[in-house]
Design a protein around this ligand. Structure first.
Ligand code: F6P
Length: 566
């Protein structure tokens, strides 16, 4: 171990003390009913109030001692210094030798941030100016397609980080979209995605944005080539068609122009922007400014920047992404809960879970630490989710009475649309939604005892005593199921940006404490490499597959034969 190597976090005193604390929790399981009764201040003590976001973690299985130990773990891991290092442009992505500066993409001032001696802020601002100009030209009709028709359809082709973050933001902000503009995303190489997303579109009114940091990703290149053919089939085999109807967001200018795209219509970003952290770069700026107008994209950046500042400046004890990340660590590593349910009570947040899945699971699903040493504890968690109330009618049964899965509830006080009205006998849609947002965490936390069930059944007077006793165990809710509640005023571009940054920072807090590199993704490479070999087989020797194991060989032969083989 070289002198600058840190002790693995699970070998530190802080970790050991948390282990002991967890043991105490195991021997005397937290009873949230008692915790609330014993401490009338619990709700305010275990929550953070800010101008734009309220975070209540009072229903988590933590007490003062646990929180103190978690903050001490964060300090032991050097969390404050690591956060500073990230914002200042140090090359903390060690396996790729890169800085990690997605925060620079939304910086609201002009404070220099240096990478290799060069201030990156002027370049960031220059790209944004170019995006604004381009999207304004499309909206004003100054920039049109081959036939002079205005662009009505924006089709963004990209996958992974070149898709999920922008799609989350597009859905979150759909209520703010420019009239008459359609934005669709094509990500999957399954031709169904392209075919269905373009079936009702007129190529003359369609503008494709090819989003790929590397401009080599197989799925994206396949979809991009198909888009080029689709355009040419209708608009003519003329290089001008691609120049007018296809633009790119990439770091690979040479490949972009080889594809036929006018380099003037390429929007750049930099190797210090990781794919899953790139929604605030041109990756999101181009499709979202076209869809929402540049001014709304600017609001997204402002919201993210607000959270960035909170993350950078708030003390650990009052820092929302830090607390959320530390509680995740408590749940994962000390209580043994390896899943997290993301439950937004806002239909427009329907793509928050898929985006968070990439940010969390691609970043933190690692087997070694930054020094290459195997980690002896779980890194990462399985994140899944659905907007409420839909999830309630799907998987909530399991989280109420089956497995214990820590849950995050997210809601806005005000809806994006006023639907229905409140009266003495009925509430509007938003209040109806929020009834559930308020009720579900309590059901999880406080449950329903056998005595309460019994009392309820007796008062209903429908069953005899034996029948009641038979039913009681089925209707008991154990309670003590941890959850947090996040509340915003309204889902707007600003708060959508804020939630984007919250997702990113919460993830890196965990990576920093665990001592892993949250910014590389070598785990996605092997499958890609094997895919290349399979493609070669498809191209070269369809009747005599070589080099496959018996299982893959049998599947391959069925595909080649075009039918299931007996
Ligand atoms: O899935 C691996 C990955 O490299 C992601 O990290 C990235 O977001 C995605 O592929 C797309 O990469 P690109 O933007 O280079 O097409």
């Amino acid at each position: 171990m070289s002198t600058d190597e840190q002790k693995a976090i699970n070998k530190t005193l802080a970790w050991g003390l948390l282990k002991t604390n967890a043991l105490v929790h195991k021997l005397h399981p937290t009873n949230l009913r008692h915790s609330f009764a014993a401490n009338p201040q619990r709700a305010s003590e275990f929550s953070v109030k800010t101008e734009h976001l309220f975070y209540d973690f009072s229903r988590q299985l933590v007490d003062r001692a646990t929180m103190k130990l978690l903050f001490s773990l964060a300090k032991t891991a050097g969390l404050p210094e690591k956060i500073q290092a990230m914002f200042s442009g140090l090359k903390i992505n060690v396996t790729e030798g890169r800085a990690v500066l997605h925060t620079a993409l939304r910086q609201q001032g002009n404070n220099p941030v240096f990478v290799d001696g060069q201030d990156v802020i002027p370049e960031v601002k220059a790209v944004l100016t170019k995006v604004k100009q381009f999207s304004d030209e499309v909206h004003s009709g100054q920039r049109t397609g081959m036939t002079g028709k205005r662009f009505k359809n924006i089709i963004s082709i990209g996958i992974g980080g070149s898709y999920l973050g922008p799609e989350y933001l597009a859905e979150a902000c759909r209520a703010f979209a420019k009239d008459g503009l359609i934005l669709r995303f094509v990500a999957n190489v399954d031709g169904t995605d392209f075919a269905q997303k373009t079936a009702d579109l007129d190529p003359a009114e369609s503008l494709f944005v090819i989003v790929s940091k590397t401009f080599t990703t197989a799925e994206t290149m396949k979809n991009a080539a198909t888009a080029r053919n689709w355009l040419k089939a209708k608009l003519g085999d003329n290089p001008e068609v691609v120049k007018k109807h296809v633009i790119a967001v990439s770091t690979a200018e040479k490949l972009v122009s080889e594809f036929g795209i006018d380099p003037a219509n390429m929007f750049g970003f930099w190797d210090w922007v990781g794919g899953r952290f790139s929604a605030a770069s041109a990756v999101g700026a181009v499709p979202l400014s076209l869809f929402l107008g540049y001014e709304n994209f600017e609001q997204i950046l402002k919201g993210a920047a607000w959270l960035d500042e909170h993350f950078l400046l708030a003390p650990l004890e009052n820092n929302i992404p830090v607390i959320a990340g530390l509680i995740d660590i408590w749940n994962i590593n000390f209580l043994g809960y390896h899943e997290r349910a993301l439950l937004p009570y806002a239909q427009a947040l329907l793509k928050l879970a898929p985006h968070t899945q990439q940010v969390e699971m691609e970043s933190n699903g690692k087997r070694v630490d930054v020094y290459g040493r195997p980690v002896a504890f779980a890194t990462g968690e399985v994140v899944f989710g659905e907007p409420g109330t839909n999830g309630q009618h799907s998987f909530y049964q399991l989280i109420h009475q089956g497995m214990v899965i820590p849950a995050d509830f997210i809601a806005a006080i005000n809806s994006q649309y006023q639907v229905g009205t409140n009266s003495a006998t009925a509430v509007d849609h938003q209040r109806e939604l929020l009834c559930n947002f308020l009720a579900q965490p309590d059901a999880l936390a406080f449950g329903k005892t056998a005595d309460e069930v019994r009392e309820e059944l007796v008062s209903q007077g429908k069953l005899n005593a034996d029948e009641i006793e038979e039913l009681v165990p089925h209707k008991v809710f154990p309670g003590n199921r941890p959850s947090s509640s996040f509340l915003i005023n309204q889902l707007t571009p600003f708060t959508a940006g804020l939630l984007l940054a919250l997702t990113e920072h919460r993830t890196v807090v965990k990576g920093f404490v665990w001592g892993i590199n949250s910014f590389d993704q070598w785990g996605v490479e092997l499958g890609k490499q094997l895919g290349v070999k399979v493609r070669e087989q498809f191209l070269k020797q369809p009747n005599d597959p070589q080099g496959f194991n018996p299982s893959t060989g049998a599947l391959f032969r069925s595909i080649i034969e075009g039918k299931l083989l007996n």
